[in-house]
Design a protein around this ligand. Structure first.
Ligand code: GRF
Length: 209
C-alpha cells in the first residue's frame, strides 16, 4: 500500500508510523509549513519531501488544487493526515474519498477542532483520548477506525494531558494503518467502520494509562 503523509509540524505521528515498520510505502511527506521539523525527520529517513507553503496561495481552493496535483504525482493508495493543521476543501476530501484518514487528539465526536486538551479539562471530562477516522467534508468527523481512551488526572494541565494523548496517538495511528493496509477496514452503509476478521484480542479501542 502506497501512502502520502501530510504534516504541519514536528511529525511525531509520522515518526511513529515509520518506527512501526508497517507493510506500506511512504512515497512522500508533504508539509504546508516549510519550516516543519517533520520534513527534516522525513529527509533523514530517506523519504521524498515537499513543502507547499499555503501562504503563497491566494485562497484555500488554489492551495488544495496544487496539493492534490502534488499528491497525485505519487498515485498513492491512501493519504494520511498526521498532525496536518489545515482545514481541507470539500473538493480535496471528495477527491480522496475513502482513501483519506486523520488522527485527531480527542474522542470524537467530542471536541472537534483545536485546543482539545484545554477544552476537555475545562469541561471536567474524566476520560479523554484520540481518534483515527476516515475524513469526510465535515471537520473532524467521519467513520471512526480506532480510538484510545486516556484517563484525565486531577493534576493534569493541557500539556500533561496532551503528552499522554500524543503517546496514545503513536499507538493507534500505526495500528489503524496496519489494518487499513491489510484491507480489513470496511466502512458500512451506516457509516461505521467494521474491522474485518477481528479476533477477540484486537480492539478498535485501546485503553491507555
Ligand atoms: C497531534 O496531537 C495530532 O493529533 C494533531 O497535531 C498534533 C501534532 O502532531 N493533529 P505531530 O507531532 O506533528 O505528529
Amino acid at each position: 500500500m502506497k501512502l502520502v503523509v501530510l504534516i504541519s509540524g514536528r511529525g511525531s505521528n509520522l515518526n511513529a508510523i515509520l518506527d512501526a515498520a508497517l507493510p506500506v510505502e511512504i512515497a512522500a511527506v508533504i508539509s504546508n509549513r516549510p519550516t516543519a521539523d517533520g520534513l527534516t525527520l522525513a529527509r533523514r529517513r530517506g523519504i521524498a519531501t515537499h513543502a507547499l507553503d499555503h501562504t503563497q496561495y491566494p485562497n484555500r481552493a488554489d492551495f488544495d488544487a496544487a496539493l492534490m496535483a502534488l499528491i497525485d504525482n505519487y498515485q498513492p493508495d491512501g493519504v494520511v493526515l498526521a498532525g496536518y493543521m489545515r482545514i481541507l476543501t470539500d473538493a480535496f476530501v471528495e477527491h480522496y474519498s475513502g482513501r483519506l484518514i486523520n488522527i485527531h487528539p480527542s474522542l470524537l465526536p467530542s471536541f472537534p477542532g483545536i485546543h482539545t486538551h484545554a477544552r476537555a479539562l475545562a469541561e471536567g471530562v474524566r476520560v479523554h483520548g484520540c481518534t483515527v477516522h476516515f475524513v469526510t467534508p465535515q471537520l473532524d468527523h467521519g467513520p471512526i477506525i480506532v480510538q484510545a481512551a486516556v484517563p484525565v488526572r486531577a493534576d493534569d494541565t493541557p500539556d500533561s494531558l496532551a503528552a499522554r494523548v500524543l503517546a496514545a496517538e503513536h499507538q493507534v495511528l500505526p495500528q489503524a494503518i496496519r489494518w487499513w493496509a491489510a484491507g480489513r477496514l470496511v466502512v458500512q452503509n451506516d457509516g461505521r467502520v467494521n474491522l474485518r476478521d477481528a479476533d477477540g484480542s484486537e480492539q478498535a479501542l485501546l485503553i491507555y494509562g
